[in-house]
Design a protein around this ligand. Structure first.
Ligand code: ZN
Length: 441
C-alpha cells in the first residue's frame, strides 16, 4: 500500500519530476488567443505520459487551435456507483521573470521546493493526478469507481475554450460522472495548538465581469460643459467602489467558522465578524472575501486628447457574488448606479455543495491515514474554477488537491504570485493521499 514505511511508490518517486517538467512547458494564458504558447504541447505531454502506461486518451481542441485537452478513463470495479472526475487545468497566468528569484519557467528544485509558475495553480495537482493515474495502470490497480481524468485548457481566462466548451460540446466525455475533485482545496493550515486543518472547497462565489458605460455630449475642453461622460462615469465608479455590500453568512462559511471555533476556541461574534476573521493570519483575505459580495473597479477607458471631451466613457468592475445573492446584488447595483449608466456583464455561476456524504468521508480517511489527528473544514473560494462548468452536468464539485504545508507558508499569496512554489514533501504527501483516496472512494 501507499504511505507504508517499506518505501516510496512509483507515483511518489516521479511526482516532483512531472511537476518540474510541466512547469517548463510555457502554458501562459493572457486571455488573448494570439499570444498562446504551449497549451497543446502540455496536453501532448500529458497524453504521452498516459499512453506510455497503457491508457487510451482522447485529445480534443476546444473550439480553437492549440487549446488542447486530454481525457482518459480508468474503469472501476463498481461502475454503478457513478464516475469520479479528477480535473486540472494546464494553463497558467503570466509571470514577469524580473520579479522572481528564479526563472518562473525553470521548474527548479531548490531548498525543498519546486519553483515556477503553476507550482500551486495547478501543475502540482496535474502532476499528482498523473502520477497516481500512471501508478494505477502500471500496478493494475482497479479503483472502486470509474475515474475520469481530464487535463484542460483555458481555465485562467474563464474556460470558454476549455471546460465550458467541453461541457457544452462534448458532454459524453464525462458520462456517468456524479462528483468531481480539483483545485482549490485540500491544503493544510496549522491552527493554534499545532493541529492541522485541511480546507476542503465546497463552494465558490459567482463572477460578474461588469462593463459600465456612460454616454454624454462631445465637446471642446475649454467650454462650460454639463454633460461630461467622464465626470458621470467617475462618480458612479467611486460610488460602487466604496459601497459595502451586506454581510451574509452562507452554509460553507458558517461551518468553517464553527470548525475553527471548535479547534481553537476563537469565536466569531455576529457584531464583529470581520474583526474576528481579520485575526486568521494568511487566511484572513481569503475568508474575508467570502463574507459579502464585492465590486472592485479594475479598468477605466475614455477620451483620446486632453482638450476633447469624449462622448463615451467606460469602466470594468470585477464583481463576486455569494450563492443565493444574485437577485439582491442586481437590485443593489441598480440603486447605486442609477438609470443613466449602461451595464453589460459576463456572468459565471456560483458553486455550492454540502460538506457531507461518502466522498467527504473518504477525503477525511485518506488525509488522516497520512496525517493522524488532522481535521477537515469546508470553505468557500472567493475566486472561480472549472467547477463552474462541471456543475452544469450535475456533478457535486469539491476542491481537493491535498497538500500538507509548513505552518509559516503564506499559501494563498502564492496563487498568481511572485516566487510561486510548492514543497517537495507536500507533493509526495498529496500523491499518497490521492492514491489512497482514488482507489477507495
Ligand atoms: Zn487554477
Amino acid at each position: 500500500m501507499t504511505g507504508s514505511p517499506q518505501g516510496r511508490s512509483s507515483a511518489e518517486a516521479e511526482v516532483v519530476t512531472l511537476t518540474s517538467e510541466l512547469i517548463r512547458i510555457d502554458t501562459t494564458n493572457t486571455g488573448d488567443p494570439d499570444t498562446l504558447v504551449g497549451e497543446r504541447k502540455a496536453a501532448e505531454y500529458v497524453a504521452e505520459k498516459l499512453a506510455e502506461v497503457g491508457y487510451e486518451t482522447t485529445y480534443v481542441e476546444s473550439g480553437a487551435k492549440g487549446r488542447g485537452n486530454v481525457i482518459a478513463r480508468l474503469p472501476g470495479s463498481e461502475p454503478s456507483r457513478g464516475a469520479l472526475l479528477v480535473h486540472g487545468h494546464l494553463d497558467v497566468v503570466p509571470a514577469d521573470p524580473s520579479e522572481w528569484s528564479v526563472h518562473p519557467l525553470s521548474g527548479v528544485v531548490q531548498d525543498g521546493y519546486v519553483w515556477g509558475r503553476g507550482a500551486v495553480d495547478m501543475k502540482d495537482m496535474v502532476a499528482m493526478s498523473l502520477a497516481v493515474a500512471r501508478r494505477f495502470k502500471r500496478d493494475n490497480v482497479v479503483p472502486r469507481r470509474d475515474i475520469v481524468f481530464a487535463f484542460l485548457a483555458d481555465e485562467e481566462a474563464g474556460s470558454l475554450q476549455g471546460a465550458q466548451w467541453l461541457v457544452d460540446n462534448r458532454p459524453e466525455l464525462f458520462e456517468g460522472a456524479t462528483e468531481a475533485i480539483s483545485e482549490v482545496g485540500g491544503f493544510s493550515i496549522t491552527v493554534a495548538d499545532g493541529t492541522r486543518a485541511y480546507l476542503i472547497q465546497t463552494a465558490e462565489k459567482g463572477i460578474r465581469w461588469l462593463t459600465l458605460r456612460v454616454r454624454g455630449t462631445a465637446g471642446h475642453g475649454s467650454m462650460v460643459h454639463r454633460d461630461n461622460a467622464v465626470t458621470k462615469l467617475a462618480a458612479a465608479v467611486a460610488r460602487l467602489g466604496e459601497h459595502r455590500f451586506p454581510i451574509v453568512l452562507t452554509d460553507s462559511v458558517r461551518e468553517f467558522m464553527a470548525g475553527v471555533t471548535e479547534l481553537t476556541g476563537v469565536e466569531f461574534p455576529e457584531d464583529d465578524l470581520e474583526g474576528a476573521v481579520g485575526k486568521l493570519g494568511g487566511l484572513a483575505r481569503m475568508i474575508g472575501a467570502t463574507l459579502r459580495d464585492t465590486a472592485n473597479p479594475t479598468m477605466l477607458t475614455a477620451g483620446y486628447k486632453a482638450n476633447v471631451i469624449p462622448s463615451v466613457a467606460e469602466a470594468a468592475v470585477d464583481c463576486r457574488v455569494l450563492p443565493g445573492r444574485e437577485e439582491s446584488f442586481e437590485r443593489e447595483l441598480a440603486e447605486i448606479l442609477g438609470p443613466d449608466i449602461e451595464r453589460e456583464w459576463v456572468s459565471l455561476p456560483t458553486v455550492e455543495t454540502s460538506f457531507s456524504g461518502a466522498l467527504v468521508d473518504h477525503m477525511a480517511n485518506s488525509i488522516t491515514a497520512e496525517d493522524p489527528g488532522a481535521k477537515l473544514l469546508p470553505y468557500m473560494l472567493s475566486g472561480g474554477t472549472d467547477a463552474k462548468s462541471f456543475q452544469k452536468l450535475g456533478m457535486r464539485c469539491f476542491g481537493f488537491a491535498p497538500l500538507r504545508l509548513p505552518s509559516d507558508l503564506d499559501f494563498s499569496a502564492l496563487f498568481h504570485g511572485v516566487d510561486e512554489r510548492v514543497p517537495v514533501d507536500a507533493l509526495e504527501f498529496g500523491t499518497r493521499v490521492l492514491d489512497r483516496f482514488l482507489r477507495n472512494c
